[in-house]
Design a protein around this ligand. Structure first.
Ligand SMILES: NC(=O)c1ccc[n+]([C@@H]2O[C@H](COP(=O)([O-])OP(=O)(O)OC[C@H]3O[C@@H](n4cnc5c(N)ncnc54)[C@H](OP(=O)(O)O)[C@@H]3O)[C@@H](O)[C@H]2O)c1
Length: 499
């Protein structure tokens, strides 16, 4: 491949946080995958910025094992060599203003005629976004140059105020439409597939509304705890860490109107329009429609500890590691259709799924089971559909059957499916911001979380403790039972269901 994939085939990436976990586990493997599949710009270089005293050569040696462990392709020497030629290490402490002069000099040497598209990537804590952006500007770098892009890692701020402050500074330093805010869930294969499933199938497009859909569920469960991120997580919690971004983003793709066209602008507009209409139950009803929990030890395992015993977590912490919430989207398409979302750490299995449960039919004197469409996002990717047919034989009765398409079971699909960061980097190099979040959306979602956080103590929302590697607080199950529903999962779908 290669050739005219990008508007500008001359690109220079400047990666802050180049010695961090995200760079090693995701960004370098993604760049190597792009190299391997010939999808980097023809003239591409990346300047890796970190404090540690590497040379480019010692950095190359270090990155080899990370690429080996995390890229979807095995290292082949020729590609790796070509990749190394594009990766240069630059040592600097980004909190020291004097360091930005030498950085400018180095960039000028790499790009003397200023013809490269410079792609800045902040893979650092959000607390450092402002200082880096301001010092880049003071050094005469990134001053509203229409060619420069900036990619910002999640989380985009800690709350509405910090997010607004960050945004204000970024928008003075970079052209606003060139700010690419990451929500890597948007780049997952099956999240992208939500739009194809909805809009490329008349059987779904025609019934994707309140007349036919009984409820929508979005679940994101992890088996891991907070691991080494206790410091960050303890002042964040599941609602800010997962609901504010990933779950609301997925919800918007499931419930939005069809975008006017495929442009980033139209997709963002459609997402924003529906996100502005997301409501949580008001008054006392919130107390029974929001369940928050925190993991404790599992009864039958000695290898785990409770959240409060994790490193860098307050021993009296009241931070939630689980949240289940009933929402509504106040649009003509979905008004009064409950949308249940949940996310948790230390759950019994890792899985992200979107379940659309359709209303029940009544036929031949018999109440049929709900049809269910389940979109499996991760770790398995696929689509499961449960529907009703007549049981074979003389007697008339219904039975529930299913079709189960496992996309990730097919070897070629696993190998050919770019991972989220690969897709995101490629999209950024191609100046396609549709997989990123707009400021309108980020701001709206922070406002939503602030409103929710303000209401929680008023409505006496309790923190429940749940056992590690189980289903989460029993109250989350009861929340649905009160509505005459249940969470769509293996035990509900039956023994034949393949997770
Ligand atoms: N890790 C993930 O899987 C993941 C996933 C989603 C989002 N994120 C987000 O991505 C960002 C980075 O996460 P991470 O896990 O990679 O963090 P990390 O492992 O702590 O890495 C932080 C990076 O920032 C560098 N750094 C810190 N202070 C510096 C300074 N004064 N001057 C120069 N470099 C400095 C560190 O360099 P040193 O090596 O010199 O300390 C390191 O390269 C965070 O916002 C995080 O929330 C991470």
């Amino acid at each position: 491949m290669n050739g005219q994939l990008f508007n500008n085939e001359n690109q220079l990436m400047i990666l802050f946080g180049g010695t961090g976990d995200l760079t090693f586990r995701k960004l370098l493997p993604a760049l190597y995958n792009l190299q391997k599949t010939d999808r980097l710009p023809t003239r591409f270089r990346v300047l890796i910025i970190g404090r540690r005293p590497y040379t480019s050569e010692s950095y190359h040696e270090q990155m080899r094992s990370w690429i080996e462990g995390n890229a979807r392709f095995r290292i082949d020497e020729e590609s790796y060599q070509r990749f190394c030629e594009k990766v240069e290490y630059f040592q600097m402490d980004f909190n020291v203003p004097d360091g930005y002069g030498p950085l400018r000099e180095r960039l000028n040497t790499l790009d003397p005629d200023r013809s490269a598209q410079r792609v800045y990537y902040f893979a650092v804590s959000p607390a450092s976004f402002v200082v880096i952006a301001q010092d880049l500007a003071k050094a005469g770098l990134a001053t509203q140059n229409p060619q420069d892009l900036i990619i910002i890692e999640k989380p985009f701020g800690d709350d509405l105020q910090t997010a607004s402050e960050i945004n204000e500074v970024l928008e003075t330093v970079f052209v606003p439409s060139n700010i690419y805010r990451i929500d890597h869930y948007l780049a997952k294969e099956m999240v992208q597939n939500v739009l194809a499933i909805r809009f490329a199938n008349v059987i779904f497009e025609g019934i994707w509304n309140r007349d036919y859909i009984d409820n929508i569920q979005i679940s994101a469960a992890e088996t891991v705890g907070v691991e080494t991120r206790g410091n960050y997580y303890d002042h964040t919690g599941a609602i800010k860490d997962m609901v504010q971004n990933h779950l609301l983003q997925i919800l918007s793709l499931v419930t939005m109107e069809k975008p006017l066209d495929e442009s980033a602008r139209s997709i963002h507009d459609a997402q924003y329009a529906v996100l502005a209409k997301v409501r949580f139950p008001q008054g006392e009803e919130l107390g029974s429609s929001l369940v928050v929990g925190q993991y404790t030890v599992a009864r039958e395992s000695e290898e785990n500890r409770s959240y409060r015993h994790e490193e860098k977590v307050d021993s009296q912490s009241m931070t939630e590691t689980y949240a289940a919430l009933k929402l509504e989207v106040d649009t003509p398409r979905f008004k009064d259709v409950p949308i249940y979302i949940r996310t948790g750490k230390r759950m019994h299995k890792r899985s992200t799924e979107i379940a659309i449960t359709f209303k029940k039919s009544f036929y031949h004197g018999e109440q049929a089971k709900n049809d269910v469409l389940l979109i499996k996002v991760q770790p398995d990717e696929g689509v499961y559909f449960r529907f009703n047919i007549k049981k074979p034989g003389q007697e008339y009765s219904l039975q529930s059957v299913f079709m189960d398409f496992c996309q990730s079971c097919i070897y070629e699909n696993r190998i050919n499916t770019p991972e989220a960061y690969e897709r995101l980097l490629f999209a950024a190099f191609a100046e396609d911001s549709s997989l990123f979040t707009s400021w309108d959306i980020a701001k709206n979602n922070w406002q939503f979380i602030e409103d929710l956080n303000r209401e929680m103590p008023r409505q006496n929302v309790q923190l429940y403790f749940y056992e590690s590697f189980d289903d989460g607080p029993v109250q989350a199950r009861e929340m649905l039972e009160r509505d005459g529903r249940e969470w769509v999962e293996e035990k509900v779908l039956g023994d034949d269901f393949q997770a």
